[in-house]
Structures are given as structure tokens and as C-alpha cells.
Write a protein that binds this ligand. Structure first.
Ligand code: GAL
Length: 637
């Protein structure tokens, strides 16, 4: 598979006369792919049943004639205005019980079966028309599921769907009452029709109720996506993708991906730093024009775990790469010189097949007029243009996508994310942050990491597996982690709850064959961390244990923090970097894993036959005899 470049293009925003020159320029620049169509429903079908395909036929033809391959997006993220006249109740409702209005995008409720039918209908019409079009070489379903907080809807359609889902899951209302513990506060229901969504309750709703609502909502995204995929497959053999976003964790991306042929994601490093990394002020300032050194890589590795070709090899892309300032973060700086190239190379280093820039040309109108593109609104090249030209030339010397099975795995589990969100136990405690900090720790040691699903068949391919925060654990996961040949670092908060959000009878982590129980846990104020004996701090969360295991590390007050039995380690606290890095470092050394502690801002990534070095910092750094100026990418073969 070749490393390729592409762009996101909106022919409908520009005069027809401009298309040909655009296409020619794209091809000359060395782009292979163009994604189109994903917001164009109202143009395709201005009134119900009145179909205007000619503009799209022409656009595909013009792009194809220039040698470009088209990724066609189904337009279901932007239902036209008339759709609301037809389905007045299709809007999602926010947590306050208010319908979310028309006038932007993603204005639909995943549970609305009428809208789901409409989305399948337009998908079928598109697939019928373009399924055999030689230029349409890939599909994208919808656009960024869950973006703008759209996974959860508190609408009547969602309530109705939730009741059916619950009845299928529990069978009888007595079983549900028992599972949820509804004897508490006299919450017993007499039938499924009485069950509401868990918003607007006087105080906290039952966490079992909340967790099931999250799972239900996630399943609706899966079902919505599957319905489109199944329809496209009836008419077409081209591979199907969806473009995920950064740090959207409210539906199970592994489950959606199971119905896709490849996964893509949208990488906006500067927008993310401001908006969702959660970095402190000092870090936000330091990396304002570069982005967080680990955040993009984390998502590359997470989404790489999802898309698979027929041989089980990863298949994933960056569908939207930030090209310059965005418009949607609290502050929107321009990337430092070289960063667009660096971000793109980093994606390839992590195994991307393609990197596509969002967008071809900056739009002079509507919501994203302050969002840069590869070209200015007047069609002059934008700042990133030269970097992309340089990259396109470099790719000619480094064409192949190469993968590399890492020695270290890190588990990411969406069900754990849901459970933490329902019961964080401390303000500002989040599963994502806990896992992300483990990832950062591994990367600071110069390691390449595979992020894996908790449902992988086993972990024997790895030397070391990190499994923080797995609040709900299946019996098979417990078994796999206990019986793998890999060294496992489990915890904190492992198996803290059964599937129905109850504390297990034998107390967590409740792993057969491990003499360890967490008797109680506590959460800590951010200004009251606890010191560790060997250095570093416990922050946010710690557990008190009873165990027949060796104590490797303790808090200053004597409470055990790291416990060991053979190759199984349990970490009973959330540690800061000064606490975590030495622990992981020691484990790696004992396992003969090649480490290379990184200077500030520098990261390394290995593929089968390459070693990449990236400098996200603004100072020159030297590592392993290599000098890396600010924004440098060094590729060694
Ligand atoms: C993405 C989205 C695009 C565009 C872009 C702007 O989230 O998929 O359509 O809005 O952000 O950065």
C-alpha cells in the first residue's frame, strides 16, 4: 500500500468553471484522493424526491478525469430543512430537554427510526448511482458521529428506543429492578413504559440507569452506521470508512469500526490543544503552534487498532488534517513553520495510508470562513502549500505504508470510559486522561505503542501490557490478562464494577487466582496529592488493598501503591509522571525493551524498517546523536 495525500473539497461552494483547474492543481501537487459530498443533501434533493445529480456527476467526472480518486460521503450529517417538516420530531434533545434546532449540522437524533430510514434511502440512491462509478473508490458514512455532543439525545424517540433496548436486555421488569438495585430509594418500576431517560432527575440518577443509557446510545450510532454500510455494500465493492474525531468517546468506536473497511479520523492539533487535550496553561503556551506531542499519536494508535483489511492488517487514514488556523477553538493560532509537514509525516509513521487536508480552499462565507484551507479564498496558495509540496516530493522516496507490531500494548475500553463518566468519584477525573497519561509515559521513554481493544484474543504478542482504569472487566479479559506471557500492569480502578454497575461481591478487582482485594478507595483534592516513597505523587485517586503480593512501592503514609505477583503487577493509584515513568522504565528494562528517554518535545516512532524522530518543541534538541531543530522530522531507514 502506498502512502498517499488528499484533500476535502466542496465543489458546490465554487463556480463550475473553477472545478477543472482545481482538479488539475490537486493532481499536480501530488494528491491522489478527494473527499466530496458529505454535506450536500439539500443540493442533491432540494425537495423530497426531486433529485439533482448532475452537478455531482460532473464533479466526480472532472476530478476523475484529472486522475483523482473520489471518496464519496453520504450527506446524512446535514438533513435538509424540508426533512424537519416531514419528521418534526427527528431533532435530538439536549440534557435540559430542549430540542436542538436546525441551522448548523448534525441536527438529528440517532434513535429516530424515521430519520434512520431517510438516511438509508439517500444512501441507497447514492450507491445506486455511483456504486459502479470507476472514480468513486471509497465511501464515507455521514461525518464525525458524536461531534458537537450529538451522541446523547434526550428526545421522546430516544426514550422509546431505550425502553425497547432495556426490555431486550433484561427480559422482565423484575430483572431490571434487581440488576439496577432499584430497591434503593424506592425506584422500582412496574413496567418498561415507566422508565424515563436519566436526565432532569432531582439528584443523581441511578448509575446503572446512566450506564445503560450510554450503552444504548452507543448502540444507536452502531446501528445507524451499519444501516448505511449494508446499503452501500448492496451496490458497490469500494471500501467504506467513517471519519472519527479526537477525544470523542461517547460511543464505542471499535463497534462502529467492525462494520467499516477502514477507519479515518480528523486531526486538528492546535484546535485540540486549546479545546480538548486538557493541558495546563504552561503547556498550552509552549505548544500553542505545534499541538500536544502525544495527542495526535494517541489517536493514530487508537484508530489503527480498528480498521482492518482482509488479512487483518490495520487500515486507517487521516481524513482531515489541519492546514492552518481553525475557527472553532477558544484561540486559533497559526501552525509554526514546518508543523503541517510534521503532523503529516507523523501520521504516516504511525501507519496511515493517506493524509487528506481539510479543506482545499478557505470558504469566504458561512460558519467556517475563518478556517484556513490549502488555498486562500482568492485561490492563492496558503501558507501550508509549500510544506505539502515538499512532503509530496519526499513521499516519492518513501512510498510504502509499513507497520510494526509494538512490544508494548495499552488497552483502551469504551465501556470503562462510560463507567468513569457515570461515576468519576472526583471532579476532573476521567478515564481518557488516565489512559492518555499512561500513553504519554510510554512515549516519553521513546516507545512505540499499540493501543488495543479489551476484546483482543490475547496479549502474548506483547512483552508489556498496560491496563489502567478498566472499571468493568469481562471474565475473559481478566483471564487473558492473568494468563498471558506478557508482563501486565493493571490498575487502578480495575474491575471496580460488575457489568450492571455494582461493586462485585468478592470486592474488586475480583480476579480468580489473584489474592488481592480493594477494600476502599478515595479521591484526592488536586491541591492535596500524596507523596510516594521513591519519588512522584499520587493524584486524584487511590485504593487501599489487602493482598498476598509483594509490595514494590508505597505512599509515604505506608499504603501500598504497586503490588507484584510474578509477571502480574497491580497499580493501586493514579500517579503523576514522576511517579509513573520510573515504574514503567524499570519494567521495560527487566523485559529487555529498547528505551530511549526523550528530550522535551521530542518523540520517536518505529515502523518495520524506519525510525522517525519528531521535534514538537521550539528548541533544538539532540538525541541518540541526531540533531533536531524545532519542527524537525528525521526519518532513518
Ligand atoms: C471537522 C468537520 C469538518 C469541519 C472541520 C473544521 O470537525 O468534520 O466538516 O467542520 O472540523 O475544522
Amino acid at each position: 500500500m502506498h502512502r498517499q495525500l488528499g484533500t476535502c473539497y466542496y465543489p458546490e461552494h465554487w463556480p463550475r468553471e473553477q472545478w477543472q483547474q482545481d482538479a488539475q492543481r490537486m493532481a499536480e501537487l501530488g494528491l491522489s484522493w478527494v473527499r466530496i459530498g458529505e454535506f450536500s443533501w439539500a443540493l442533491i434533493e432540494p425537495n423530497e424526491g426531486e433529485l439533482h445529480w448532475h452537478w455531482l456527476d460532473d464533479a466526480i467526472e472532472v476530478l476523475g478525469a484529472a486522475g483523482l480518486k473520489v471518496i464519496l460521503g453520504t450527506p446524512t450529517a446535514t438533513p435538509p430543512r424540508w426533512m424537519l417538516d416531514k419528521h418534526a420530531d427527528m431533532l435530538a434533545w439536549d440534557e435540559q430537554g430542549r430540542p436542538r434546532k436546525f441551522g448548523s449540522r448534525r441536527h438529528y437524533c440517532f434513535s429516530h427510526l424515521g430519520y434512520r430510514q431517510e438516511s438509508v434511502r439517500i444512501t441507497e440512491l447514492m450507491a445506486q448511482r455511483y456504486g459502479n462509478n470507476p472514480h468513486v473508490q471509497a465511501w464515507q458514512t455521514d461525518n464525525e458521529y458524536g461531534c458537537h455532543d450529538t451522541t446523547y439525545s434526550y428526545s421522546p424517540a430516544a426514550a422509546a428506543g431505550f425502553r425497547v433496548w432495556l426490555e431486550q436486555r433484561y427480559g422482565t421488569i423484575d430483572a431490571l429492578n434487581e440488576a439496577w438495585g432499584n430497591i434503593f430509594w424506592s425506584m422500582q418500576y412496574q413496567n418498561f413504559q415507566q422508565i424515563e431517560l436519566p436526565n432532569l432527575t432531582v439528584t443523581e440518577a441511578n448509575p446503572a440507569h446512566c450506564l445503560d443509557f450510554r450503552r444504548y446510545s452507543s448502540d444507536q450510532v452502531v446501528a445507524f452506521n451499519l444501516a448505511q454500510c449494508a446499503m452501500i455494500r448492496r451496490y458497490c465493492k469500494a471500501p467504506i470508512s467513517h471519519n472519527y474525531m479526537g477525544r470523542i468517546t461517547d460511543f464505542d468506536h471499535f463497534k462502529v469500526a467492525a462494520d467499516l473497511d477502514f477507519v479515518t479520523w480528523d486531526s486538528y492539533p492546535l484546535g485540540f490543544l486549546e479545546d480538548r487535550v486538557g493541558a495546563n496553561c504552561e503547556r498550552q503556551v509552549r505548544y500553542a503552534q505545534q499541538g500536544d506531542p502525544d495527542f495526535q499519536a494517541f489517536h493514530h494508535d487508537l484508530y489503527r487498532a480498528m480498521g482492518k483489511n482482509q488479512d487483518g492488517e490495520p487500515r486507517w487514514w487521516v481524513m482531515e488534517q489541519q492546514p492552518g488556523p481553525v475557527n472553532w477553538a477558544p484561540f486559533n493560532p497559526a501552525p509554526a513553520a514546518g508543523m503541517v509537514r510534521l503532523w503529516s509525516w507523523e501520521a504516516f509513521a504511525h501507519g496511515a495510508e493517506a493524509v487528506c487536508y481539510f479543506r482545499w480552499r478557505q470558504a469566504p462565507f458561512a460558519q467556517e470562513q475563518m478556517h484556513s484551507g490549502m488555498r486562500l479564498p482568492n485561490d492563492q496558495p496558503a501558507q501550508c502549500w509549500q510544506e505539502i509540496e515538499q512532503l509530496a516530493a519526499e513521499l516519492k522516496q518513501a512510498t510504502q505504508v509499513t507497520n510494526y507490531p509494538a512490544e508494548v500494548a495499552l488497552i483502551f475500553d469504551y465501556d470503562a470510559e462510560f463507567a468513569w463518566a457515570v461515576q468519576p468519584h472526583a471532579q476532573a477525573s476521567s478515564y481518557f486522561d488516565l489512559v492518555f497519561e499512561s500513553y504519554r509515559c510510554l512515549r516519553k521513554l521513546g516507545l512505540s505503542v499499540d493501543i488495543v481493544s479489551p476484546d483482543v484474543a490475547g496479549f502474548d504478542a506483547y512483552k508489556l501490557v498496560l491496563a489502567p482504569g478498566l472499571m468493568t472487566m469481562s471474565e475473559s479479559l481478566k483471564h487473558n490478562l492473568l494468563h498471558t506471557s506478557a508482563t501486565v500492569l493493571l490498575g487502578p480502578r480495575s474491575g471496580a464494577k460488575q457489568e450492571v454497575m455494582r461493586i462485585p461481591q468478592q470486592l474488586p478487582p475480583a480476579i480468580e487466582g489473584v489474592d488481592l482485594t480493594v477494600t476502599h478507595c478515595e479521591s484526592l483534592r488536586p491541591d492535596a496529592p500524596i507523596e510516594l516513597r521513591k519519588g512522584g505523587l499520587i493524584k486524584i485517586y487511590r485504593e487501599h488493598t489487602r493482598a498476598d503480593m509483594d509490595i514494590i512501592e508505597q505512599a509515604l503514609d505506608g499504603v501500598p501503591v504497586l503490588l507484584q505477583k510474578g509477571s502480574f503487577f497491580y497499580l493501586a493509584a493514579w500517579l503523576d509522571m514522576d511517579g509513573l515513568v520510573p515504574i514503567v522504565e524499570e519494567l521495560c528494562l527487566s523485559l529487555d525493551i529498547d528505551l530511549c528517554p526523550m528530550p522535551r518535545g521530542v518523540r520517536r516512532r518505529q515502523t518495520a524498517n524506519e525510525c522517525f524522530w519528531f521535534n514538537y518543541g521550539s528548541e533544538t534538541q539532540t538525541v541518540d546523536g541526531i540533531e533536531l531543530v524545532a519542527g524537525a522530522v528525521v526519518r532513518q531507514t
